[in-house]
Design a protein around this ligand. Structure first.
Ligand code: ADP
Ligand code: MG
Length: 333
């Protein structure tokens, strides 16, 4: 029987927002609107979707940095959905977040060594043990021990992300949420950091949720990939199946957006029209239908498509490409 490290079921997170203007009504932003996913031990799941589709909210809710409205989160066999801040404390070191902008997690007035050591103090390590661990961590992420005495502004963007990774790993976590960790970096530096993460993944056996807004970034690092659109999962599959035979037209559109050296070799390009609709007032039926090149059924407009199994460990939510009456069977509503 499978014993996943993380199991998220039907998670919902909304934000009440005020109108902010004369006569404009406030409302409820449905940032995450019924998401289920599992991550096996040692596995990396990629979570991909356009900006604003709810990726960060989902990542933060999983770490209980946000309180979900509904659904359950099980981590390492324990239901953590309703744990208090105090009850979460022993779990904090086990679940770490790596940000897009490591500046936001580093105190500008604290040396990098001090920042990396912060979580170690909480764990009760003495100063010598902390200094030793800081050195080990700097070496692990490809920095030098003298870097410990420097301040965040003395580092380049790529080096700062290495510090962010060292800081998260210092407390020996088993699960990492990486929220667009390379989006702010130059392309050449991006691949260095992705290679570092890949090495660490193998060396430390980490389980990761890797968030990105384009598929190209997750291609080399992830075992499976979930594609998210306006608060819901559109498709989940193994990385190879997704790249070889994706089912959802939105996934196809994201594939079309990956830069390739020779664009004429690309077949079946799907270019999206229009902007992402607002999660304050999401479209009826399938949320993707106003931008969808294949929407052709009344269900597309009136009924939310369920995630349906379309192959081995491959699920998609699309009335046209993954009709639920097909004999591959319905797995989730
Ligand atoms: P992503 O990470 O995919 O870009 P987010 O999770 O940051 O998306 O945001 C999803 C939606 O929720 C967006 O419409 C965003 O504006 C909204 N949102 C996020 N955080 C808040 C908040 N604290 N208050 C109100 N709305 C929020
Ligand atoms: Mg985000």
């Amino acid at each position: 029987m499978s014993d996943p490290l993380l199991e998220v079921t039907d998670l919902v997170k909304t934000y009440a927002v005020s109108g902010g203007g004369f006569r404009s009504k406030g409302g409820l932003v449905r940032a995450v609107d019924g998401v289920s996913l599992t991550i096996e031990r040692g596995e990396t799941l990629g979570l991909v979707g356009e900006s604003g589709c709810g990726k960060s909210t989902l990542g933060r809710a999983i770490l209980r940095l946000e309180d979900p409205d509904r659904g359950t989160i099980r981590f390492d066999g324990q239901d953590i959905t309703n744990l208090s801040t105090k009850e979460m404390r022993p779990l904090r070191a086990k679940m770490q977040l790596i940000f897009q902008d490591p500046f936001s997690s580093l105190d500008p007035r604290t040396t990098v060594g001090g920042s990396i050591a912060e979580g170690l103090r909480v764990q009760g390590l003495d100063p010598d043990q902390r200094a030793k661990r800081v050195n080990e961590m700097l070496e692990l992420v490809g920095l030098e021990s003298y870097h410990a005495r420097r301040f965040p502004h003395e580092f380049s963007g790529g080096q700062r992300q290495r510090v962010g990774i060292a800081r998260a790993l210092a407390v020996n976590p088993s699960f990492l949420v990486l929220d667009e960790p390379v989006s702010a970096l130059d392309v050449s530096i991006q691949s260095q950091i992705l290679n570092l993460l890949k090495d660490l993944q193998v060396e430390l056996g980490l389980t990761m949720l890797f968030i990105a807004h384009n598929l190209g970034v997750v291609e080399h690092l992830c075992d499976r990939i979930s594609v998210m659109y306006l608060g819901r999962i559109a498709e989940t599959s193994s990385r190879n199946d997704l790249f070889d035979s994706c089912v959802h037209p939105y996934t196809q559109a994201l594939m079309s957006a990956i830069p390739v050296l020779d664009p004429t070799r690309r077949k079946d390009r799907v270019i999206l029209e229009g902007d992402v609709p607002s999660p304050l007032n999401p479209p009826s039926g399938c949320r993707f239908h106003p931008r969808c090149p294949v929407a052709n059924t009344t269900s597309c407009v009136s009924e939310q498509p369920p995630l349906v199994s379309v192959g081995s460990a491959h699920e998609a939510a699309c009335h046209v490409r993954a009709p639920k009456e097909a004999d591959w069977g319905r797995v989730r509503t």
